[in-house]
Each structure stands twice: as C-alpha cells, then as structure tokens.
Design a protein around this ligand. Structure first.
Ligand code: PDD
Length: 280
C-alpha cells in the first residue's frame, strides 16, 4: 500500500514520523475521512472545505488543500482502488517539536498524511439496522472541529460493544446530539429531524446530503434538538456518516423503535442516497 507523507509517496511501512509529533503527544491534529465509490470520491470538495475549517479553527499553519485532493486521486489510482468501495484518510498535525504545550516555533512544518484503503460497508447493519445505547456526552465543546482527540468517542463506542449494542449516542443536557462517529436523525410526525449545526456536533457531509435528498424527494425536515425524552415517540431513527451512510437505528437502550425494523422514510432516503452515488 502506497501512502502520502509530507510530500512523498511511500510504502506504508516506510511512512514514519517522529515520536515528537504533536498529535502523538497532545492529539494536536485534525482529520478527514472521504468515501470513494468505484474510485470516485463523494463530495471531495465539501470534505476539503471542512478540513480547511478544522485547520483554521485550531490554527495549524497549512493551506495547500488543493494538493490534498490531487494526492487523494493519485492514491486511488496507485493503490488500484478504482473499483469497489474505498476510504481516503487525511490527517494534518501541528508537526513535530519538543513537548511544550504552547505552539511550536513559527515555521515548524505540519505533518501531513494521506492514505487510501479498501472499505467493506456493513451491509447487515444497513439492511437490518443497529442497536444503540445512550451515553453522557463527555466530550469538549468544539465538536464541530474534526479533531483526532477522539478518546471519549473511543470509550463510548467500546462501552456499546461491551454491553452488546452496536454504537452509542451522546446525550448532552437531555439532547441526543450525535453518535460516536455519526450524526443522528429521528422521524417525528413524518418530519425528518436532526440537531442544528452547532459547536456540539460535527457538521456531517452525509447529514447535508440527507437533508438535500429529503428536499428533493419531498420529505419534510427540521433542524432541531432531539430530546432524549422524545426518543420513545420516534417513528424512525437513523445515523449518518461517510462510513455508515444511512444506517437505521432499531433499538435504543434495549427498547425497539417503531416495530423494530427500518422504517419507510429511512428506506426511501437510503434508496435516494444510493441513486445519488450511482449517478455521481
Ligand atoms: N466520522 N459526527 C462525528 C463525531 C463523526 O466522527 C462523524 C464522521 C460524523 C459524520 O460526518 P460525515 O458524514 O461527514 O462522515 C458525525 C468519520 C467517518 C470517522 O471518524 O471515521
């Protein structure tokens, strides 16, 4: 597997960075994950725009986002990812420097890593849905930044697995904000609802696609908080992300949603999403 590190295309085993890397020491870095279908990245420009927003928000000195797009395309070709499903992973850190909490000296080069890899979608979950548990949102209040500081996400995703569920939904002040690596949607009175964009959620690219598709096919939407207390009234629930696409949620804390199978609106959105993928 060929990856990109700091200007070079190298075998993955040869892509080495210093133990002084700021992301290794402080989680001082940001990332992106882009989905490719048949070698074509979906919404690459939007992902690069969000990467730029993350880089700017944490004040990493990097601006060459066009190169990242070109690198991603070259990695797809070099790693023969031109058919089937693949992911592009991008990470930009504040570079390598002796461990001091403040920023390293001006001119310290960021570490830039891009990899392309095959991806196996979880077809069973897409078809039959997942079960989730509700967990306290112990994250910071800049969840809009796609930071590599993902320890709360890791711990809660594992807690879900440990109790036999598939994933966890973060609850902050009584509101179901998002999943450990996904945005969260509910259908209430036929209206597709998701948390407004805010500093407590990541502005998901798939989330935007879903809202766009709903408008196109005539499904009502609203961007409003989903209260934990509303969850028993949800007709349908689903989670969205680059990796999960539109994954139905059929159980919350062991209690079935609706009749326990993916609902008709979720199915309609999944279908519209796959049609979009096929035509783009
Ligand atoms: N995560 N919220 C969080 C906390 C996420 O980590 C993600 C994606 C999303 C959905 O965003 P998008 O639709 O742009 O993928 C929402 C990626 C896939 C990951 O960490 O692997």
């Amino acid at each position: 597997m060929i990856v990109y590190l700091n200007g070079d295309f190298v075998e993955k085993e040869k892509a080495l960075i210093s133990v002084d890397d700021r992301a290794f020491l402080f989680a001082d870095g940001v990332y992106e994950v882009v989905r490719c279908y048949g070698g074509r990245p979906l919404r690459l420009d939007e992902h690069l725009r969000r990467l730029e927003q993350s880089v700017r928000a944490v004040r990493i000195e990097f601006s060459d986002f066009r190169t990242i797009g070109d690198v991603a395309k070259r990695l797809i070709a070099e790693n023969r990812l031109t058919s089937g499903d693949a992911l592009i992973y991008v990470e930009i850190t504040r570079g390598s420097a002796p461990r001091v909490h403040t920023f390293p000296p001006r001119g310290t080069k960021p570490n830039v890593y891009v990899a392309g890899m095959e991806y196996q979608p979880k077809r069973n979950q897409l078809e039959n849905g997942i079960s989730v548990i509700l967990v306290p949102d112990i994250r910071w209040s800049r969840c809009d930044i796609k930071s590599v500081g993902l320890l709360p996400n890791v711990l809660m995703a594992q807690r879900a697995l440990d109790v036999g569920a598939d994933d966890a939904i973060f609850i902050r002040d009584g509101v179901a904000v998002e999943g450990t690596a996904s945005n969260f949607f509910g259908v209430f009175g036929g209206v597709v609802t998701t948390h407004p964009k805010s500093n407590y959620t990541l502005a998901g690219i798939t989330r935007d696609v879903v809202l766009e598709l709903c408008h196109k096919i005539g499904i009502a939407t609203q961007e409003a908080p989903i209260l934990e207390s509303q969850l028993p009234d949800a007709e349908e629930l689903f989670a969205t992300s680059t990796t999960m696409e539109i994954t139905p949620v059929v159980k919350v804390n062991g209690i079935v949603v609706g009749n326990g199978t993916p609902g008709p609106i979720t199915r309609q959105i999944q279908k519209a999403f796959w049609e979009l993928v096929r035509s783009s």
